[in-house]
Ligand binder design. Structure first.
Ligand code: 8YV
Length: 328
């Protein structure tokens, strides 16, 4: 870093307490009206920023990194997922990338569990009936959903969030199954009574619920492809709080509409903020606007991490949440 107070450019509005502290520590340019920055705006920003604080809504691709001036030394992402950042291009230019792991694990797992409950129990459908004033009274055979307890949950991606989902799911009587790049430590398998499936195809064919909790990388793009989605049982429910790109959204929509998959709970989409209009027309889906980690506590904790990552970097220490391209 050339000087003690680097120019930090933040692409979106962050919690006040974080912005205030940032202004105390650094020379900061904030995005007061919180508009998502255009590609042209970002190009202008990287010409002068020494530290860039982007979010999932910014495409920090190879082209943008190529356009950056040599003063850009750190990309301190406000978020855990880094699939919007070209890590290889950053490394080539000696730009360090950091993220904000851990602090959104519990919130994201809570929302995943909420979707696992909401879809088979038709929570949102019931709520819609009430709001429309369409409830004519109780009936023994109306609004029946599917029982949660005693069923099998298949978790794709058994990292921090996957494990946190598993802990919650066990409390609801679900048995835990998982597919992961690597088998997790036997102590964790033991604690969760989790069954490892080396073959994702095999796991999918045997699950009642499937939860996507892996990052989006070149290896996980459309991991739930049309072919794999067809392996699911017709009563299966798919939940995704990770990244839309992990599922072939068009294929999922077709199978849901055809009744070949029973339901889906989606907090993330392939082309955010666009959502396949056919999904919006389906009753057997619960759709949320990428809000699984959206808690006051979580957003402040994410900001704290960004502050620590920048400060340690500026002080010439290794920032705690450095992202290594090899990990993805
Ligand atoms: C964040 C997320 O809110 O951290 C992540 O990877 O998906 C979100 O929950 C968002 O990415 C902020 O950049």
């Amino acid at each position: 870093m050339p000087k003690k107070k680097p120019l930090v450019v933040v692409t979106r509005k962050l919690p006040d307490v974080i912005e205030t502290r940032m202004m105390e520590l650094f020379d900061v340019r904030l995005n007061v009206d919180d508009h998502p920055m255009s590609a042209d705006e970002l190009v202008e920003v990287v010409k002068t920023a020494e530290v860039l604080v982007p979010t999932v809504t910014d495409a920090i691709d190879g082209k943008l990194i190529a356009a950056a001036g040599n003063q850009l030394k750190l990309i301190a992402n406000y978020g855990t997922g880094v699939d919007h950042i070209d890590l290889a291009a950053a490394r080539k230019k000696n730009i360090v990338v950091t993220n904000t792991p851990d602090v959104l694990t519990q919130d994201t797992a809570d929302m995943t569990m909420a979707l696992i409950l909401a879809v088979p129990r038709r929570l949102v459908e019931g709520e819609r009936v009430m709001r429309k004033g369409n409830w004519t009274g109780w009936s023994p055979t109306w609004m029946l959903g599917r029982r949660i307890s005693g069923k099998r949950l298949g978790i794709i991606g058994m990292g921090r969030i996957g494990q946190a989902v598993a802990r919650r799911a066990r409390g609801f009587g679900l048995s835990i199954h998982y597919h992961n790049r690597n088998r997790v430590h036997e102590d964790i398998e033991h604690e969760l009574e989790a069954t490892y499936w080396e073959s994702l195809d095999q796991m999918l064919a045997h699950m009642d619920f499937v939860s996507v909790n892996c990052p989006h990388t070149p290896a996980t793009y459309h991991l739930l492809s049309a072919r794999r989605l067809k392996l699911l049982q017709p009563h299966a429910v798919v939940v995704n709080t990770a990244r839309g790109e992990v599922i072939d959204e068009a294929a999922l929509t077709r199978l849901l509409a055809a009744g070949e998959i029973a339901g889906a709970g989606l907090d993330v989409f392939e082309h955010e903020p666009a959502v396949n209009p056919k999904l919006l027309a389906l009753d057997n889906v619960v759709l949320l606007p990428h809000m699984s980690s959206a808690t006051f506590e979580g957003r402040i904790a994410m900001g704290e991490k960004v502050l620590v990552n920048i400060k340690t970097f500026v002080d010439e220490h290794t920032p705690p949440d450095r992202v290594l391209v090899e990990a993805f």
